[in-house]
Write a protein that binds this ligand. Structure first.
Ligand code: SF4
Length: 458
């Protein structure tokens, strides 16, 4: 059994106070996103309407799909007397009016400050036969949307996963991490190509990238089925992708149901994808199919063909730790120089991991920061500029001010479309990243010099 512990305890004073433009959003956004990855689940925000509206808006703007959720609708009364009555009424009304199979409650800053005992309130609530209410705590004065995603994943495991007495089944649980539905679909495709049965949760495919159909469905066809989540306790192994978003849930499943947890990076880039495939190969004693070998070979071929377009270019990368770490690894593989690497989420492991990657690659003089701030990044860039920015939409102000191209990757990306459907994971996702990076740099280059580069290789 492997140790799934992802990171050290949250250091004191790690909240957002003192930040100017933190590279993160608030915990409930991640919890809401994870809850939407359960089939026929209605996320429920235990707090004021404003919080819930903001969280839904953030998800809807990124995914270009409606993010359905209900709220306890706190007013002054709940702030003084507690939100128990609001939550009990909400649960009753939501089941009566919206008829979900499951309600996933997450807290907000206000209900956390009040100190509402959510498990006790759920026990006192009217829950129809065959329906479920689960919860997680998401105090947003700590952590980030990634912490909230992780907390809801832990809640799903705590409430739903079960183990029979029978021997473990030849199936793998995939905890995909805080990624787009396009990535979840790609990861599922790779596992299927290897001939392994899988249970993925959360699974937002066909939920947050649902197709336009004749009739609006409040609960789209996608999402992990409750019976499959329950059955995940009988799986032989869990692949937990992302130390911050998935590893703690896998550790709980390991201790609760004795399912071996294998913590890995989200498979962004050649190395991280190789690692996931090898873990599956070793865990299930299967061969890597030719189809995946071909895909990998195409990435290597592309890297050889167009390396001169990006090699030696300096990059600033920012975003969620589980995205930024493998992305930095890919940039090193491409021969680029990650100059500034920032995440808004806390955890010293981030700096340690990036430092050891850079050290191994012999890259010196880079600046790395967990709990970072785009303001800091901008100051660093003013001192010494870079050729490219890679991160979410919030970096566009630095890009404009300093005239640096920006490749939009991660969460949130508000000002571009299609990205939730298109993977950056696996070998195919790797090709897409190489294409986005090289084409963006290409657009900025002197075309005579570029023609000379091409003449040299043709
Ligand atoms: S009050 Fe807290 S939970 Fe609500 S939007 Fe603000 S940070 Fe998020």
């Amino acid at each position: 059994m492997l140790d799934c512990t992802p990171k050290e305890p949250v250091p004191e004073g790690s909240h957002t106070i003192g930040k100017i433009n933190p590279v993160k959003t608030c915990q409930p956004i991640g919890a809401m996103y994870a809850a939407l990855g359960i089939h026929r689940c209605l996320p429920h925000s235990h707090g004021s309407q404003g919080c819930c509206s903001y969280h839904r808006m953030a998800l809807s703007r990124h995914f270009h799909d409606p993010a359905m959720a209900s709220t306890s609708s706190f007013t002054e009364g709940a702030s003084v007397f507690g939100g128990a009555a609001n939550l009990k009424t909400s649960i009753k009304n939501v089941f009566q009016i919206y008829d979900p199979d499951i309600i996933a409650v997450h807290t907000t800053c206000l209900s956390e400050t009040i100190g509402d005992d959510i498990p006790a309130i759920i026990k006192q609530s009217e829950i129809p036969e065959g329906k479920y209410v689960i919860h997680c705590n998401t105090p947003s004065y700590d952590g980030s949307h990634v912490t909230g995603f992780s907390n809801m994943c832990k809640g799903i495991v705590n409430y739903l996963a079960e183990a029979d007495d029978a021997p473990k089944k030849e199936q793998v649980n995939i905890f995909p991490g805080y990624v787009n539905p396009g990535d979840m679909r790609e990861i599922q495709r790779i596992v299927t190509e290897m001939g392994i049965k899988s249970i993925m949760y959360p699974d937002t495919t066909n939920v947050m990238d649902s197709p336009m159909m004749k009739k609006y469905e409040m609960y789209p066809m996608g999402g992990a089925k409750i019976e499959d989540i329950k059955d995940s306790g009988n799986s032989k192994m869990t692949i937990a992708l992302g130390a911050w978003s998935s590893a703690e849930a896998a550790a709980i499943l390991q201790s609760k149901c004795k399912v071996q947890g294998v913590p890995l990076k989200i498979p962004i880039g050649v190395k991280a994808t190789d690692e996931m495939i090898m873990a599956l190969k070793d865990g299930f004693d299967v061969e890597v199919p030719l189809s995946l070998e071909i895909e990998r070979g195409q990435v290597i071929d592309t890297l050889l063909d167009i390396h001169f377009q990006y090699e030696g270019k300096k990059v600033a990368v920012y975003g969620d730790p589980d995205i930024v770490i493998p992305l930095t690894e890919l940039l090193i593989t491409m021969g680029m120089i990650p100059k500034y690497i920032i995440t808004g989420t806390n955890g010293k492991k981030f700096e340690q991991t990036i430092n050891s990657m850079l050290e191994e690659a012999g890259i010196e003089g880079s600046k790395i920061k967990a709990e970072g701030d785009l303001f800091d990044l901008h100051q660093w860039i003013k001192e010494e500029s870079v050729d490219l920015l890679i991160g979410n939409s919030h970096g566009k102000y630095i890009a404009r001010a300093e005239d640096i191209p920006l490749v939009r990757v991660g969460f949130p990306v508000y000002d571009r479309a299609v990205h939730p459907l298109m993977p950056i994971t696996g070998y195919r996702g790797c090709l897409r990243l190489i294409e986005m990076i090289s084409n963006t740099l290409l657009d900025r280059r002197d075309h005579d010099a570029l023609d000379q580069d091409y003449e040299l290789i043709l």
